[in-house]
Design a protein around this ligand. Structure first.
Ligand code: ATP
Ligand code: MG
Length: 399
């Protein structure tokens, strides 16, 4: 006997009413996509759970991957047996012996199938007695057991699970449309991307690149960050905007204190265009209120004034150390702290206005003709598609 499947429990999807199927179908597809490198597994999705039949695969790496799929709240290894007391006893004994360090245990039976001849409480005692008389050194502890064996007697079959592993929660990526993430290569914007994905949003990314002031390695950093983010969803298209000429012109033509605000407004204008061209209905940034000069209330007002597009700011109320904690936990941090220059740090004046006035910014901009430069930047966009599965195939071809 062995654990032969992984049971995935839904989080918030469980609260959905009529639309539930849309979410479970999407989650099913995401699970299948993520696990397609394990050829023998089978994924079965039901109203309230997903089962992964292992067919001989090692469960450990598969469980690890499942913790990264949004829409899943928790998962457990499971054994499936027939609804007959003897088979269940045998499976419970296996589960207990398999839990290495356990000395105390508890059985929790849930009987959905009322035709099963023994009630839940009574069956807890039957199973407990069976385990005690077939092992040595174990005791029952109903308050604080080392291992709790769940026996779930359903209509057709029974599932036994013990350890519960927490997964990413949230909603299945793709169930809430798409956003265009302004991805800088810093710490904040990748975390903002992660958090929007958590609410079921699929990402495209836009990055403003200013060669030769920013290097190829700075661009590679953004590609690597996007690739890490694909762990939590599907492939990501990155729109890389050549931003040098615009930045130079801003630097030359706009009074120093206002150049950063104007540069941000250009980013917004270009991002909105790209989003529209790609049927994307919102932008996302890594802004956090008051963190730097461009993120004061006045700055956000002046920057936001050039677009009527919704801008998602999932980090707006978070402290830097909270953002860093997430960045580390979800494996983005080591890339984010690579020391390459960002286009903004190079052109940012020593003392940008922390309280720019929207009408003043508009006035300074109106004195310069940026239209052709904006168009040139949009026309020069390079699209890079980050798809970890295809990269793996290329790699395999080389072997
Ligand atoms: P981050 O850590 O994400 O770089 P930050 O704290 O450094 O953020 P800013 O540099 O002021 O803050 O940038 C604010 C937001 O503007 C970023 O979170 C990102 O969404 C966007 N942004 C900044 N620079 C770029 C860039 N070169 N390309 C794309 N988006 C950018
Ligand atoms: Mg930055």
């Amino acid at each position: 006997m062995n654990y032969d499947q992984i049971l995935l429990r839904y989080g918030e999807i469980g609260l959905k009413g009529k639309n539930r199927k849309i979410f479970t179908n999407r989650l099913h597809e995401n699970v299948v996509q993520k696990l397609r490198k394990y050829p023998d597994i089978k994924v079965k999705t039901t109203r309230d759970r997903i089962y992964i039949f292992l067919n001989g695969h090692d469960p450990e790496p598969i469980m690890q991957e499942c913790t990264e799929i949004f829409g899943i709240q928790s998962l457990s290894l499971a054994i499936q047996v027939d609804n007959d007391p003897e088979s269940i006893k045998e499976a419970a004994l296996f589960a207990l012996k398999d839990a290495d360090d356990a000395k105390t245990f508890k059985i929790s039976t849930k009987r959905i199938n009322k035709e099963f001849p023994i009630g839940s409480q009574e069956f807890n005692h039957v199973l407990g007695g069976h385990l005690l008389s077939n092992t040595e050194g174990y005791t029952v502890d109903v308050h604080n057991p080392d291992i709790e064996i769940h026996v779930d007697i359903r209509q057709q079959e029974t599932y036994l699970t013990s350890k519960r592993i927490w997964a990413a929660g949230g909603l299945p990526v793709g169930s809430a449309g798409k956003t265009l993430l302004l991805l800088s290569g810093g710490i904040d914007s990748p975390v903002a991307g992660f958090m929007t994905m958590k609410r079921g949003v699929q990402l495209e990314a836009i990055h403003f690149h200013s060669p030769p002031y920013t290097s190829e390695r700075a661009k590679q950093k953004v590609i690597d960050l996007a690739e890490r983010l694909t762990n939590y969803g599907s492939k990501i298209k990155i729109h890389v905007v050549p931003f040098t000429k615009l930045q130079q012109k801003i630097h030359r033509e706009i009074p120093n204190g206002y150049s950063m605000t104007v540069m941000r407004r250009m980013m917004m204008r270009i991002s909105e265009q790209v989003a529209k061209q790609n049927g994307i209905l919102s932008l996302t940034t890594g802004e956090s209120l008051g963190q730097v000069a461009s993120q004061t209330m006045e700055s956000m007002n002046a920057i936001n004034a050039v677009t009527s597009y919704p801008i998602l700011r999932p980090l707006i109320a978070m402290d830097k150390d909270e953002i860093i904690e997430i960045s580390q936990k979800v494996n983005l941090y080591d890339i984010s702290i690579r020391p390459y220059e960002d286009c903004c740090t190079i052109f940012v004046p020593k003392s940008p206005k922390t309280k720019p006035k929207a009408d003043k910014v508009a006035y300074y901009e109106s004195q310069v003709d940026f239209a052709a430069d904006l168009q040139e930047a949009i026309d020069g966009i390079e699209v890079i598609e980050v798809d970890p599965s295809s990269r793996k195939d290329e790699f395999e071809d080389l072997l």
